[in-house]
Design a protein around this ligand. Structure first.
Ligand code: HEC
Length: 195
């Protein structure tokens, strides 16, 4: 099965729970979430590349450490949603750990057959939950491992010494290495507050 189909199935299954009355509003929120995720990916990639170029790799570790969470917080404030980055093999246990739903989606993303050239630009999933606790819309966009990511998340042969010693110092319990090109490194996760 192609990945595009997998993604479509995710979307179709989750849309089944939409209540007819507010489906337009829900759809508008999902479109907005897609755009927030794109903004996140683009700005972080740009800052990472610029910092690696101007200050070197070890300095760029702090981009992922401080710029990414700051950007997530800023987007959360702007939208009123919870915007975060999660992973099955997280580096930062305080903010990178997925909850049960996120974990399930990360497993699905990771199980989709991926190889360099077949991965779609955007692999995503949405869910609309209506239960006794309230109404909540969730969205996740997979973050595949690109060449740029390998220097800090790849196998030991991909990671330069200056980077591995900085990682050992700042993240003694790091789980986020050993990735290869195209593998799902994690995801951006966005959630509305329940109402
Ligand atoms: C210069 C080193 C560096 C590069 C390059 C880098 N990362 Fe990271 N990444 C980190 C660090 C450090 C953290 C932990 C940040 C924190 O403390 O929250 C991290 C955290 C993450 C997280 C959050 C979940 C977790 O593990 O805690 C994701 C997802 C992630 N990186 C994806 C990527 C992707 C995708 C790329 C390539 C586009 C990438 N990173 C490139 C250093 C890097």
């Amino acid at each position: 099965m192609s990945i595009i189909k997998v993604v479509l199935i995710f979307l179709l299954t989750s849309f089944e729970t939409v209540h007819a009355g507010n489906s337009d509003a829900n759809e508008a929120i999902i479109v907005e979430m897609q755009s927030v995720a794109s903004t996140f990916v683009k700005s972080l990639g740009k800052t990472l590349k610029a910092t690696i170029k101007s200050e070197g790799l070890a300095a760029a570790i702090h981009v992922c450490e401080t710029v990414a969470p700051t950007l997530a917080n800023q987007l959360s404030r702007e939208t009123g949603w919870r915007v975060s980055r999660v992973s099955l093999k997280f580096r930062n246990p305080l903010i990178g750990m997925p909850d049960a739903w996120e974990k399930e989606q990360l497993i699905n993303f990771s199980n989709a057959p991926l190889s360099n050239n077949t991965q779609p630009d955007v692999m995503e999933v949405t869910s609309i939950e209506d239960n006794s606790e309230g109404h909540s819309i969730r969205y996740m966009r997979a973050l595949p491992t690109k060449a740029l990511c390998l220097t800090c998340h790849g196998k030991s042969t991909d990671i330069p010494n200056e980077v591995s010693s900085a990682l050992e110092q700042f993240y003694p319990n790091d789980k986020a290495t050993g990735y290869s090109l195209g593998q799902i490194r994690g995801a951006i996760s966005i959630q509305t507050n329940r109402d």
